[in-house]
Design a protein around this ligand. Structure first.
Ligand SMILES: [Zn+2]
Length: 280
């Protein structure tokens, strides 16, 4: 059994700089071991639900699947799992291999690639605006603990704040890890493909959310998104919303594509690709 160093994590994610990683914390509170159980397939097979556990620091881990990741944060009293996976259905069990603390779950939103293990939990933090998205899916159990913009969670010596980011979905939320100056952003802030087509997605709300988030950028240095490269810089925020504003103003032309049998348009906003409605 071996572990990934912070440098390996950075290498794995294809990021050159380690300076943006938040510093190792030596308090030793709430974690069993930083020597994570390693699951290291040569390649990820999405269908098999393969994953890696990547320590970020002594009280933060990334559970990385091929196309999505969730995060485990431990405090002095509790642990918080941010999202529960896509093809894995035992994220709680995986998290429990890293900490003896009671584990609570928070979903950044209810798209299926973020709720794979929700049925392991009786209740979970989630925005009420995701209720329709969540309960309209098949085999969805558990109770939402309504969690909205401005709410504060404290898992013990580790204050966390919720920042609402509606747009990608109506109730998308991010978690600000206050003392570590880190933001766990879910899907809206990332440098891959951002889904913005279909009835529940709203690019106008997305722009407003990112403009509001911009007011918080003095409070975090690093963003840990659910998809694509990780970590990313807060410098992504402005070009993302400016790009979507240009799409809405007709200044960026999209290319036609089909995704999940749905005609869409792909818009290159340079720092990411926005997948928008075909009519845009
Ligand atoms: Zn996603």
């Amino acid at each position: 059994m071996s572990t990934y160093s912070r440098r390996d994590f950075v290498k794995f994610m294809g990021i050159a700089a380690v300076s943006s990683m938040f510093p190792l914390q030596a308090d030793g509170i709430g974690y069993k071991t930083a020597n994570a159980v390693e699951h290291k397939p040569k390649t990820f097979d999405i269908k098999k639900g393969e994953y890696k556990i990547i320590p970020i620091n002594n009280n933060t881990w990334c559970i990385q699947e091929a196309n999505v990741r969730c995060f485990l944060l431990t405090g002095s009293k509790e642990a918080l799992l941010i999202d529960s996976g896509n093809n894995i259905h035992n994220a709680k069990e995986i998290a429990q291999s890293l900490t003896n603390l009671p584990i609570k779950l928070l979903n950044t939103h209810a798209d299926r690639d973020h709720i794979g293990s929700n049925n392991e939990f009786d209740e979970f933090y989630m925005s009420m605006a995701e209720a329709s998205n969540y309960y309209h899916g098949q085999n969805r159990r558990g109770a939402i603990i309504p969690t909205e913009h401005g709410d504060k969670l404290n898992i013990g010596n580790r204050p966390l704040e919720i920042i609402g980011l509606p747009g990608h979905t109506p109730g998308s939320i991010a978690v600000l890890d206050v003392n570590n100056r880190a933001l766990f952003s879910g899907d809206p802030i990332q440098d891959g493909e951002i889904y913005m087509f279909g009835v529940q997605r709203e690019p106008h709300a997305y722009v407003l959310s990112l403009k509001r988030l911009e007011k918080y950028t003095g409070r975090f240095d690093t963003i840990y998104p659910a998809h694509s490269n990780c970590p990313v810089s807060p410098n992504l925020i402005v070009p993302l919303y400016k790009g979507v504003e240009e799409i809405l103003a007709g200044k960026i032309q999209g290319t036609d594509a089909v995704l999940h049998n749905t005609p869409i348009k792909k818009f290159d906003v340079k720092v990411a690709t926005i997948l928008g409605d075909a009519k845009l």
